[in-house]
Design a protein around this ligand. Structure first.
Ligand code: ADP
Ligand code: MG
Length: 282
């Protein structure tokens, strides 16, 4: 583990901890609390070992892209981070709290720090775009409707959906559903935002627009963002940091620029999507 001064695109300089997968990373000596830490996490479903000793300290206030082939456990990792799945072994630390060593009530409280954009947007089909976006506020806060309205309209206009408030998910395009999901993920002003393949099912132009939106919203609202993708272009565009998942472990984590310039054959093959190299199909 080593500490490094890092200035993010918003101009905030802070010390972040960088880890290598072969290291078990202890708490920092300065006692600084990091938003998300994954410690030696294992998870099996039946006899299939999915997460196999995963270690990752996310850089705070930065966008980390997690890349990995499909079926490697990226969505499973997201569910662990938000406390929807419990690890068989290992720890998930959110702002220094081990989410499986606290009460259910505390865990529910901790979940409010997260905004999650699930793969399909996960909107409620029976609610229009406005009500979908208002849902977390109505559920988790005592806010009154006028206050809710102000926040919801602000978020929806940021994602360019103010004209679609009355539309139901089935009446809008895939790209608009993603944007609505994004507005809903941000409406509670979360410290951490997790995106599960925001680019899936979108054409290259819409993917590019959504990536712009991710960057823009990160500048605006800050926070620790994790973007799961298997699209190298998305990773190139939005990442401050890149994590590579292979066979249930984080095999590389570091600054995006360095990762994309790396001459490590493993990292190169991963980030170029080439079939020749040390990575096989097994
Ligand atoms: N709740 C579950 N029960 C059983 N198997 C699961 C469950 N969730 C995920 N899996 C399996 O774990 C593996 C990793 O899944 P996932 O995290 O969704 O992959 P991806 O990296 O594509 O997001 C897959 O083989 C999937 O079938
Ligand atoms: Mg997935």
């Amino acid at each position: 583990m080593y500490d490094v001064e890092q200035t993010n695109p918003v101009g905030i300089t802070r010390t972040v901890v960088r880890s290598r997968p072969d290291h078990f990373v202890p708490a920092t000596a300065d006692g600084e609390v990091h938003s998300m830490r994954v410690r030696d996490v294992h998870k099996s479903f039946g006899s299939t070992h999915i997460l196999r000793g995963m270690n990752l300290d996310f850089a705070d206030n930065a966008i980390t892209t997690i890349l990995g082939p499909s079926g490697t456990g990226k969505s499973v990792l997201i569910k662990h981070l938000v406390g929807l799945l419990a690890p068989d072994r290992g720890d998930i630390l959110i702002f220094g709290q081990d989410i499986w060593k606290i009460s259910e009530a505390e865990r529910r409280e901790l979940r409010k720090k997260f905004g999650v954009l699930f793969q399909d947007g996960a909107l409620f089909g029976s609610m229009n775009v406005y009500d979908n976006t208002a849902f977390p506020l109505r559920k988790h806060t005592g806010m009154r409707e006028p206050e809710i309205r102000e926040l919801v309209m602000e978020r929806l206009s940021e994602v360019g959906l103010e004209a679609a408030v009355k539309k139901f998910p089935s009446e809008v395009s895939g790209g608009m559903r993603k944007r609505a999901g994004f507005a809903r993920a941000l409406v509670m002003n979360p410290d951490i935002v997790l995106f599960d393949e925001p680019d899936s099912g979108l054409d290259p132009v819409r993917t590019s627009l959504l990536n712009d939106l991710i960057l823009q919203m990160h500048q605006e609202h800050k926070g620790t963002y994790m973007v799961v993708t298997h699209d190298i272009r998305t990773a190139r565009k939005v990442s401050d940091y890149v994590g590579l998942i292979w066979k249930g472990q984080v095999v590389h984590y570091g600054e995006a620029e360095a990762a994309f310039a790396s001459d490590d054959p493993f990292v190169r093959q991963f980030l170029s999507g080439e079939s020749a190299g040390p990575l096989g199909m097994d």
